[in-house]
Design a protein around this ligand. Sequence first.
Ligand SMILES: CC(C)(COP(=O)(O)OP(=O)(O)OC[C@H]1O[C@@H](n2cnc3c(N)ncnc32)[C@H](O)[C@@H]1OP(=O)(O)O)[C@@H](O)C(=O)NCCC(=O)NCCS
Length: 172
Amino acid sequence: MQNLNKKLKIEMRPPRMSDLNSCLEMINSLVEERAMITVQKKLTLKEEREYLKKIIKDKNSIHVFLLVDGKVMGNARIARLENVRSHIGELGISIKKDIRGMGFGEKILKEILKQGIKKFKLKIITLDVNKSNKIAQSLYKKAGFKIIGTIKGGVLHYGKYEDSATMVKYVD
Ligand SMILES: CC(C)(COP(=O)(O)OP(=O)(O)OC[C@H]1O[C@@H](n2cnc3c(N)ncnc32)[C@H](O)[C@@H]1OP(=O)(O)O)[C@@H](O)C(=O)NCCC(=O)NCCS
C-alpha cells in the first residue's frame, strides 16, 4: 500500500555492465512471450555478458536503455551500415511487456532517433518488422516510417517463416 503513490524513476541512458542481470531478465521475458525480435532462445548469463560487452564497445551502433527504478525495461538500437551505405541506420526496439502501452516505446524511439541521427549523421533509417506485428508498425508509422515493401517468408518466427515488411524514414 505504501508504494501506491511512489513516483517511478525513469531513466534513458547507454548500457552499462551493471545492467547485466536486469538486461538478461528482460531479454528472456521477451523470449518467453515469443516476441517478434531477433533473439528467440533464452540466453545464459555468460551469453548476455558477452552481448553487453560487445554493444558497449561497438563503434558502429548506438544503444539506449530505458530503466524504471534502476531495472532495464526497454531498449533501442541503431546500427550504422557500412561503406557506401554508412548514411543508413537500422533500427530495433523493445519494451518489456509489463510497461507496454504507456508511451515508453514512443519515448525511447524518439531518443534513439535523435542520438543516432546526430552521432552518425544518418539520412535514412530502415527496419524490418513482422507483417503481423501491427502494434510495432503503428508505432513506427506514428514516427514517420513508411512501409516500402514486403518480403514473403522474410523472417523466421520460432521455426515458421512469416512475411516481413521493410519500413523507411527519411531524415528531414
Ligand atoms: C512495439 C513496442 C516497442 C511498442 O512499445 P509501447 O511502449 O507499448 O508503445 P507506446 O505505448 O509508446 O505506444 C506508441 C504507439 O504504438 C502503437 N501501439 C502501442 N500499443 C498498441 C496496441 N495495443 N494496439 C495498437 N497500437 C499500439 C500506437 O501507435 C501507439 O501510439 P498511440 O498511443 O498514440 O496510439 C512494444 O509493443 C514491444 O516491445 N513489442 C515487443 C517487441 C517488438 O515487437 N519490437 C518491435 C520489433 S520490429
